[in-house]
Design a protein around this ligand. Structure first.
Ligand SMILES: Cc1ncc(COP(=O)(O)O)c(C=O)c1O
Length: 561
């Protein structure tokens, strides 16, 4: 092992805690001496080190100065390490050991075999226009093997490498899904593949990589359209996420259509992203924001909503699922009432699309928005669905490249939607990653996910309610994913920190939804939010940790020490 100066600082300016080259070589040779064969499913029991440097606090690290491999977690609690499918790496079980370029799409994953697109033209442009090059074999990585009858959570978990992560000596329990979801290997691989084989700016070049990148980006748009049940890809504008989508509508549609004395209706449940842009617009235009109240369970009061909507209502903007309480809002009725009054409707689907099937054609809002990172896709990408005639009527909201048809020094003319709303270079790779996430989810089946999560939420609710001093905030009969609560004698932050010590990630705070928490006299709650890869075992761990916290008893493993 390389010697270190007395201060403990590595001699070569490396950050403290990083293993040096000699140490890494020693670790690697220990790893290889076990034989690659051994490392397949048994890697978790054996020797795959958790990430080395003590960089992210709380994550288990290679001990300083210790050339031996870190102790591995108990195999009973760790799923076996996800493996690349054989077809991705013909000569090695390790996809990332120089084999990426050896990958070729398996023969049985032709477009339409499964997944969203269902035809040979992922662009949705029609076969005659589709160039047919390259991206025709786009879906390259199988999702978890799903039994025809349903949902295999253990198999799904294998697809999410981060779920094997160790935090504070425990296997990670990710209950912060309403903030962001974890990513399946299929999405991670898709991003690597893009940057390895396709990276280019899109739409304006004659070269091969521009064609590949454009093809993949537009295929992703078609996947989003199919995922939402939209008529076609032109209904989908790529944005950074739900926040940007709502701001786009406020600044483009809103500025053109809202005037003094007009009314915008939102609910008391909204995330700040669906409050602030409307407040800003109302202030600018002299319009009025009207708020639909909720009952004690956290459901909007439909009768009050019907009363609020009138001939001055220009827009209704409402969450499909509340991020703070988990309430599923009856959006069908919300849309119907708005339609009857001639108002435009925006539905914020940030918290719904990962949990239940959405069809914008049957739901019939004017706009539907969501964020990719909450549906197993990358951050920095999301989608705005808009009805064709509404998008067509809207002015651009940002100017620049890509969105123009022609520019002279006197004036510019603009593209049709969606390009009109996508000025500049977009988030190409992450749009493609989002497409991969939707493929993945589609292969698992949202109906399977919804059924599984419904059962898990009911189980978690029943067990949480037995924790002494726990008060659940948000008890509407129709809920998805979210369990918001306070624990008597402990602040939400204390609860969050205590759970983190046991590797359980929850959110503690206002969840960017101040108004609804204040409706319950609170500034913060603990929010545990479920996704399709969570299990009853994880819920038991949460409940056990909370029970110990509530009763002041230490963990069994601490008692044993
Ligand atoms: C209901 C809801 N709307 C909008 C947003 C904003 O999403 P993003 O931050 O991804 O733009 C969130 C984020 O938590 C949300 O839960």
């Amino acid at each position: 092992m390389a010697s270190r100066p007395p201060s403990g600082k590595p001699p070569d300016g490396r950050p403290e805690g990083l293993p040096d080259v000699a140490m890494l070589a020693e670790m690697a040779s220990a790893l290889y001496s076990m034989g690659l064969e051994q490392l397949g499913d048994r890697a978790a029991e054996k020797a795959v080190p958790t990430p080395g440097p003590a960089f992210p606090t709380g994550v288990q690290s290679v001990p300083l100065g210790a050339p031996t491999l870190p102790a591995m977690p108990s195999p009973a609690r760790l799923p076996s390490t996800p493996r690349a499918p054989a077809e991705m790496s013909p000569s090695s079980p390790y996809y990332f050991m120089g084999e990426a370029s050896a990958w070729r799409p398996p023969a049985d994953t032709q477009p339409g075999a499964q997944g969203l697109v269902g035809r040979d033209d992922p662009t949705g442009l029609g076969d005659s226009d589709y160039p047919g090059y390259y991206f025709i074999h786009e879906r390259h990585r199988p999702a978890a093997p799903v039994e025809p009858s349903g949902f295999d959570v253990d198999a799904v978990r294998q697809d999410f490498p981060i779920l094997a992560e160790r935090v504070n000596g425990h296997q990670l329990v990710w209950f912060d899904n309403a903030a962001t979801t974890q990513k399946p290997q299929a999405v991670i691989d898709r991003l690597v593949w893009f940057y390895t084989h396709e990276n280019s700016n899109i739409h304006r070049a004659a070269h091969e990589l521009a064609a590949r990148a454009t093809d993949a980006f537009e295929a992703a748009r078609a996947k989003v359209a199919a995922f939402l049940g939209a008529p076609g890809p032109d209904n989908i504008v790529f944005v950074r996420g739900a926040t940007e989508a709502i701001n786009l509508v406020a600044q483009s549609w809103g500025r053109a259509n809202i005037g003094a004395g007009d009314e915008i209706v939102i609910s008391h449940l909204e995330h700040h992203a669906n409050i602030v842009p409307w407040q800003q617009l109302a202030a600018e235009k002299g319009a009025k924001l009207r708020v639909v109240p909720v009952d004690d369970s956290g459901q909007i009061i439909l009768a009050a909503y019907r009363e609020l909507v009138n001939e001055r209502t220009r827009l209704v903007a409402m969450a499909h699922v509340s991020n703070a309480l988990g309430t599923i809002v009856p959006v069908r009725e919300v849309v119907e009432v708005a339609r009857a009054a001639g108002a435009c409707v925006l539905i914020d689907g940030a918290q719904s699309v990962a949990h239940e099937r959405v069809n914008v054609t049957t739901l019939d809002p004017d706009f539907y928005v969501f964020s990719g990172h909450k549906v197993f896709g990358p951050t920095g990408i999301g989608a705005l669905y808009g009805k064709a005639e509404v998008l067509e009527s809207m002015p651009p909201w940002q100017g620049g490249g890509s969105m123009i048809r022609d520019v002279t020094l006197d004036k510019s003319t603009f593209q049709a939607p969606p390009a009109r709303f996508e000025a500049g270079t977009g988030n190409i790779a992450d749009a493609i990653g989002l497409g991969a996430a939707l493929d993945y989810l589609q292969r698992i089946g949202l109906d399977n996910v919804a059924r599984y999560e419904h059962d898990l939420l009911r189980y978690a609710t029943e067990h949480l309610l037995r924790v002494p001093g726990l008060r659940l905030i948000g008890t509407a009969p129709a809920k998805a994913s979210v369990l918001s609560f306070v624990l008597s004698g402990h602040t939400p932050e204390q609860v969050g920190k205590a759970l983190n010590r046991e590797g359980i990630a929850v959110r503690a705070g206002h969840h960017c939804a101040h108004p609804i928490l204040r409706r319950y006299g609170l500034e913060a709650t603990v929010r545990s939010s479920l996704a399709m890869y969570n299990t009853r075992g994880e819920v038991d761990q949460l409940v056990d940790a909370l029970r110990r916290l509530a009763t002041g008893r230490p963990a069994a493993n601490l008692l044993a020490r």
